[in-house]
Design a protein around this ligand. Structure first.
Ligand code: ARG
Length: 462
């Protein structure tokens, strides 16, 4: 037997093909799971000792050996050999070299199939916490900026056409809501994935008296899985995790798109700090929002990971298949990309100013008070459809005369509807309109202030 032969491949003859070694290995990707692999192995060894499958001194040697290996990896002193395929074999083989026979006992009642399913779950639990922390920081940045603009008004858009006036705070808080759902989606994802597959073995469990509840307890899982076949082949949680990342990326991309528009000369609503802008190699006047454009674009690679993950799953027969090894590159890409984008977005939100002067200079353009006028008429007993028609004609008239609604005389109003009185002027103009919003959750200053207080308290507790 050749010396370089892997201990678990006595069944095969000869050396593995070199091209195959590179193709099959996942070590280059999954080495970042090393901590979780070690923690999982220590829990497994502890359980083996509890079940008298290894002795106390073997457990001690295994535990100490694994900890040393972990420290070596952390210091960058561990020599990874891709012939060992993955992080599980790399660590086990280092352990055997280090402590000998006790190390050979570690894999009893375990397969790499349940081992990797456990490692990914442990990694994902931590990653979810990191993402949630970053989401919270971003929400805080939005809330802080909103507090500066609780009464400042901007046009609200539908179809990217001026629709109704809103306070800037309400616009900013709309993102706090989106990211709150992202936070909760990750929480749900964590609750679903938090069951231990360890002890499911390769597909059918084990004839050894493995205490699955012991390892689950040690690793902080809320329960164990109850079907070994499903346990080793389930990657639903990976697809779900990437979907959650994809939706967060979507929200970030929509923010980016808004602000790319808002910082253009055409809008001029926001000023992003110079330290987050780039210039042009040719046009000296340029101040480009490249960072936002990259946030928008990076969404594509997260969507790509989601499609890849779903596609990897769809054609597989029951049980573990090596296809599943390809899950990691996609969960890592999704997590890393969204982490970077969240960090960037949070910094940008904290370094952006709303140009309230510029916004208010053109605020009365576009008849954003038309709906409020129709509602004024509705309040006077005019059927809404009729009111809508009356205001439509008034807007057309104003457009011809290049006037705002508020510039019409009472006489002119009366010509269109006898129900219009002097008090009509109290509901015209953006400022009047926002102060008249009464519905819960509306985009007015009263509601925004209430929400700012709510979010400030809520986010401070996280
Ligand atoms: N590297 C593999 C993965 O990530 C580990 C499991 C391999 N199992 C096997 N029987 N070949 O999925």
């Amino acid at each position: 037997m050749a010396k370089s032969k892997k201990s678990w491949e006595k069944r095969l003859s000869g050396e593995p093909d070199k091209l195959m070694v590179d193709f099959v290995e996942s070590l280059s990707v999954d080495k970042r799971l090393y901590k979780y692999d070690i923690v999982g192995s220590i829990a497994h060894a502890q359980m083996l000792a509890e079940q008298k499958l290894i002795t106390k001194s073997e457990l001690k040697a295994i535990r100490e050996g694994l900890i040393e290996i972990g420290e070596k990896i952390a210091k960058g002193q561990f020599k990874f050999d891709k012939k060992l395929e993955d992080i599980h074999m790399a660590i086990e083989s280092a352990l055997i070299s280090k402590i000998g026979q006790a190390g050979e006992k570690l894999h009893a009642g375990r397969s790499r199939n349940d081992q990797v399913a456990t490692d990914i779950r442990l990694w994902m639990r931590d990653e979810i916490e990191i993402l949630q922390a970053k989401i919270t920081l971003l929400q805080k940045a939005f809330t802080k900026l909103a507090a500066k603009h609780s009464s400042d008004i901007m046009p609200g858009y539908t179809h990217l056409q001026r629709a109704q006036p809103i306070v800037i705070a309400a616009y900013l808080l709309s993102f706090v809501e989106q990211f709150e759902r992202d936070f909760n989606r990750l929480k749900n994802c964590e609750a679903l994935l938090n069951t231990s597959p360890l002890g499911s073995g390769a597909i059918a469990g084990s004839t050894l008296p493995i205490d699955r509840k012991s390892t689950a307890r040690q690793l902080g899982f809320s329960d164990i899985s109850y079907n070994s076949i499903d346990a080793v082949s389930d990657r639903d949680f990976c697809a779900e995790f990437i979907f959650d990342c994809a939706l967060t990326a979507t929200h970030l991309a929509r923010l980016a798109e808004d602000w790319i528009l808002y910082c253009s000369n055409e809008f001029g609503f926001v000023q992003i700090d110079d330290s987050f802008c780039t210039s042009s190699s040719m046009m000296p006047q340029k101040r480009n929002p490249d960072v936002l454009e990259l946030i928008r674009a990076k969404t594509g690679s997260v969507y790509g990971s989601l499609m890849a993950m779903l596609t990897i799953l769809k054609g597989q027969p029951s049980g573990y298949n090596r296809d599943l090894q390809e899950d990691k590159v996609h969960i890592f890409t999704a997590a890393d990309t969204v982490e970077a984008c969240l960090d960037m977005a949070q910094t940008i939100v904290s370094h952006t100013k709303f140009n309230t002067k510029k916004i208010s200079s053109a605020l009365e353009d576009g008849f954003t008070d038309a709906t409020a006028l129709a509602e004024y008429l509705t309040g006077k007993g005019v059927a809404f459809r009729r009111a809508h028609g009356i205001v439509g004609s008034l807007v057309a008239k104003c457009e011809k005369q290049n006037k705002k609604l508020a510039e019409l005389t009472l006489k002119e109003f009366k010509k269109h509807s006898a129900s219009i009185n002097k008090d009509v002027y109290e509901c015209l103009g953006a400022k009047n309109v926002v102060s008249k919003y009464v519905t819960e959750g509306a985009a007015g200053p009263k509601q925004a202030k209430k929400q700012i207080t709510y979010w400030t308290n809520e986010l401070a507790q996280r």
